[in-house]
Ligand binder design. Structure first.
Ligand code: HSE
Length: 399
C-alpha cells in the first residue's frame, strides 16, 4: 500500500518515524507493506531522507492511482478540508489527526466515505495516542452513553501539573509544553479551552449520532487559574483539571469545558502531565476509563498509523458510524447545579456569606481574602450573585 502524508510538522514527522521504526509490525497487522510515497509540505527539508518524498503540489498526490490512503496531519480547517474531501471523492481513504477539521466537517466527510465504501478515520483527533474514537464507535455500542468527562488537552494538563508540583509560572510551563511539541501553534487554542472544546464536540457527536457544533459548547480555559487557586486546592488535597464534559439528562445533553477541582477519589485525579484521561459512563456498563499520552509526536503518530492499518484492513468496506449531520443543540446550562470554589476580597466576606450558601471555608493567612466552597447552586444563581460581589475567581468543584 502506497500512502501520502499531508504535512511534515510534529505529527507528520512522527508518522514517518513510526512507519520506519515499526515497518514489519505494521506490515504484519495490515497484511501488506505500508510505504510513504509522498509527503506534502510547503517547505523543503534539504539533507533529510524525507526530502526525496516531498512534493508541493497536492494534485500530484490525489491524481496518483497508486495512492490508496492519505494521511492528513496539517491541522486547521483549510486547506485540509478541500484536500480531504477531494481525496474521499476520488475513492481514497483518509486518516486525520485534525480535530478542527473533524469537529466542523466530520459528519459530511463520514457520509462521503460511506457513499464511496471507503473510510474517514480520526483516532488521533481526540486524546492523542489513546484509543477512544474506535472504542466509542465500535465497542461501546450497546450502552446508552450517560456521560463523557475527559482531561482532553495535554498542554493545559501539563501546565496545571507543573504549576502545582514544581511551582512553575504559567508562562514557563507553557513554554516547556511548546518545546516538547504538545502545544498548538496558537497557544490560545490550548489555554482558552478551544482544543478541548473541539474534542468534546467530536466525542459527543459520535456518542449521540448527531452534530454538536463546538460554538454551542460553553468553554472556559485555564488562563484565570492562579497560583493562589492551586494552593487552596492543595490545602484540601484537591487538584485543578480542565474538563470537557457532556452529560445526558433525560432528553437533554449538557456540554461544557471548564476547570474543575477534584479530589483523590475522582478517577481522573491522577491524570497528570501531558496525559489525558477520558471517563465514559454507559447505562449498563457503568464507568470505563481511557488513559494515555494526550499529545506528542510519537503517541499521536501511533494513533494515526493505527488508522492507516484499519483503512487497509477495511479496503472496500466502510466502517459504520452513527454521526449524522442532524444538529444536536446542547441544553441551557443555567439550571445545571455545581458547587463553586470562590475567592473574594476580605472586605467583602460578609456580603459573600450573605449571598452564597457556604459549605466550607478555606484559609491561607498570607492571602488577604475570603475563600470558600458553596453548597450546590445553579449556574444562573452563581451568575446573578457574582454580579453583587467582587469574585476574584471561581472554579467548579466535584466533591
Ligand atoms: N495541543 C493538543 C494538546 C495536542 O495539548 O492536547 C493534541 O491534540
Amino acid at each position: 500500500m502506497k500512502i501520502a502524508v499531508l504535512g511534515f510538522g510534529t505529527v507528520g514527522s512522527g508518522v514517518y518515524e513510526v512507519i520506519e521504526k515499526n515497518y514489519d509490525q505494521i506490515a504484519k497487522r495490515a497484511g501488506e507493506e505500508v510505504k510513504i510515497k509522498y509527503v506534502l509540505d510547503l517547505k523543503d527539508f534539504p539533507g533529510q531522507p524525507v526530502q526525496e518524498l516531498i512534493v508541493h503540489d497536492y494534485a500530484q498526490i490525489v491524481n496518483d492511482p497508486e495512492i490508496g490512503v492519505i494521511v492528513e496531519v496539517m491541522g486547521g480547517v483549510e486547506p485540509a478540508y478541500t484536500f480531504v474531501k477531494e481525496a474521499l471523492l476520488k475513492g481514497k481513504s483518509v486518516c486525520s489527526s485534525n480535530k478542527e477539521l473533524v469537529a466542523v466537517h466530520g459528519a459530511e466527510l463520514l457520509e462521503i466515505a460511506r457513499q464511496k465504501n471507503i473510510n474517514f478515520l480520526f483516532e488521533a483527533s481526540v486524546g492523542g495516542g489513546i484509543p477512544i474514537i474506535r472504542p466509542l464507535n465500535q465497542s461501546l455500542t450497546v450502552d446508552e452513553i450517560e456521560e463523557i468527562t475527559g482531561i482532553l488537552n495535554g498542554t493545559t494538563n501539563y501546565i496545571l501539573t507543573k504549576m502545582r508540583d514544581e511551582g512553575l509560572s504559567f508562562e514557563t510551563a507553557l513554554k516547556q509544553a511548546q518545546d516538547m511539541g504538545y502545544a498548538e501553534r496558537k497557544p490560545d487554542a490550548d489555554v482558552k479551552g478551544y482544543d478541548a472544546c473541539r474534542k468534546i464536540a467530536i466525542l459527543t457527536s459520535l456518542a449521540y449520532g448527531m452534530q454538536v457544533n463546538y460554538e454551542d459548547i460553553y468553554t472556559e480555559g485555564i488562563t484565570d487559574i492562579t497560583k493562589e487557586d492551586i494552593q487552596y486546592a492543595s490545602l484540601i488535597g484537591a487538584a485543578i483539571k480542565l474538563f470537557g464534559t457532556s452529560r445526558k439528562v433525560k432528553d437533554h445533553v449538557y456540554a461544557m469545558v471548564s476547570p474543575r477541582m477534584i479530589q483523590a477519589d475522582h478517577p481522573l485525579y491522577s491524570v497528570n502531565d501531558v496525559f489525558n484521561g477520558i471517563l465514559v459512563r454507559g447505562n449498563l456498563l457503568g464507568d470505563v476509563m481511557f488513559y494515555g499520552s494526550g499529545a506528542g509526536k510519537l503517541p499521536t503518530a501511533s494513533a494515526v498509523v493505527s488508522d492507516v492499518v484499519d483503512a487497509i484492513k477495511h479496503r472496500g468496506r466502510n466502517i459504520m458510524t452513527i454521526w449524522s449531520s442532524k444538529r444536536l443543540m446542547p441544553a441551557d446550562l443555567n439550571t445545571m447545579e455545581s458547587k463553586f470554589f470562590i475567592r473574594v476580597p476580605k472586605e467583602e466576606m460578609d456580603k459573600a456569606k450573605s449571598l452564597f450558601p457556604v459549605e466550607r471555608e478555606l484559609s491561607i493567612p498570607e492571602y488577604e481574602e475570603y475563600a470558600f466552597i458553596t453548597e450546590p447552586i445553579t449556574e444562573m444563581e452563581f451568575k446573578d450573585k457574582a454580579q453583587l460581589v467582587h469574585v476574584k475567581n471561581k472554579i467548579r468543584v466535584e466533591f
